[in-house]
Write a protein that binds this ligand. Structure first.
Ligand code: ADP
Length: 360
């Protein structure tokens, strides 16, 4: 069925991304709750049908690891994209505040003295393993069943629901849509693999690199980086700054690849946070990330794309084998994400607005 705006009842805003806002809506004819993303475009109307045709492939993206697509339509210069509503929100709300320099304001934080510093993700190894395996299955599905890369793997594009499912959204199936998006972001966190950064234009725009040169292993890099960010509770590279707009990109290309944090990097403050939120089975002195988890991440973050692990290798890795053999309760994680999502969204909008003015 084709969805249009008249069939939808707008409910609350779910979040705000770099390209537009996401709202919860009710589709009256079916009584299905959906998430509707509004993306502002800069294009002439002759391209609209081409974009809708390219988006049609999304109807075939049916997998337990991919957020279901219900349909898209245009109103004036915006495309409205309707998808499965994920009631836990994005995994980024659990851990990842912009540039990792911003966390809960002191009044909202449970951790004494943690004024605007990063807080760690309150996850155990088995939770991280389930997130990693779901993301890998999703990416492998896109490649093997639809023949597409994701191109934008990052924590905000990993959504959870209260049934404990972890799914990917926002993958780039439409080259025309990608080229037409009115990008409002200045200064953001890059999840691009080194080879993608090296291959893109010196103007700093990623447009030219879209749909050229790099291959699916670039998504493997972004997968590894997302897992590191979720585990660390912050984006692991330095922010772009006004003085050095390339600080982050040069660290990705020239620096050492990040990994899961060492156990001694789990600070006392972090321990207080774990106990205060009552989430993690982690105790002081107890190993947090397994050697298998560390190795899995290392295989994703090999700087030379040819040596990086494939999806098949990642899925056969001992960390993923262990994941298949254990029951993992993700529902608490999803419930926590859903509580933090509105707060995350407010902080993100605030930071994006500040960045637009001060470009930090
Ligand atoms: P970005 O541009 O950073 O990828 P999006 O615009 O895709 O962000 O989404 C912004 C926020 O909206 C997400 O971080 C998430 O909290 C929320 N969101 C997006 N899609 C959904 C969905 N299908 N269900 C529930 N919440 C969603």
């Amino acid at each position: 069925f084709a969805i249009n705006m008249d069939q939808l009842v707008l409910e609350q805003e779910l979040g705000r991304g770099n390209y537009g806002t996401v709202k919860k809506v009710l589709h009256r004819p079916t009584n299905v709750e959906m998430a509707m993303k509004e993306i502002r475009l800069e294009l002439d109307s002759s391209k609209l049908n081409g974009i809708l045709m390219e988006l049609d492939i999304l109807h075939r993206a049916i997998s337990p690891y991919i957020v279901e697509f219900y349909g898209a339509f245009f109103v004036e210069s915006c495309v409205y994209y309707c998808m499965e509503y994920m009631d836990g929100g994005s995994l980024a709300s659990l851990c990842c505040f912009p540039n990792g320099n911003v966390s809960l304001p002191p009044s909202l934080s449970t951790s004494p003295g943690s004024a605007w510093t990063s807080s760690p993700a309150p996850l155990a190894d088995e939770h991280l393993g389930r997130i990693a395996s779901s993301m890998t299955h999703g990416l492998e599905f896109l490649k093997s069943e639809l023949g597409v890369m994701h191109r934008d793997v990052k924590p905000t594009n990993v959504l959870v629901n209260l049934r404990g499912q972890v799914k990917l959204c926002d993958f780039g199936v439409s080259g025309q849509l990608e080229k037409s998006i009115a990008k409002t972001n200045v200064g953001c966190q890059s999840y691009m693999a080194p080879e993608r950064i090296k291959g893109s234009s010196p103007s700093g725009s990623n447009m030219e690199d879209a749909f050229t040169s790099y291959t699916v292993s670039a998504d493997v890099w972004s997968l590894g980086l997302s897992i590191v960010e979720i585990a660390r509770g912050r984006y692991p590279y330095p922010p772009e700054t006004y003085e050095n707009v390339f600080a982050q990109l040069s660290a990705i290309v020239d620096g050492e690849a990040p990994g899961l944090p060492e156990d001694d990097e789990v600070t006392e403050e972090a321990e207080i946070e774990f106990h205060a939120t009552g989430w993690s089975s982690t105790h002081k002195g107890k190993r947090r990330w397994s050697p298998e988890a560390r190795d899995w991440v290392r295989q994703c973050l090999i700087k030379n794309a040819d040596e990086r692990a494939t999806y098949k290798e990642l899925l056969e890795h001992p960390w993923m084998q262990a994941d298949r053999q254990r029951e993992v309760n993700m529902t608490d994680i999803a419930a926590q994400a859903s509580k933090l999502s509105p707060l995350h969204s407010v902080i993100l909008s605030f930071v994006l607005a500040l960045r637009a003015v001060y470009f930090f």
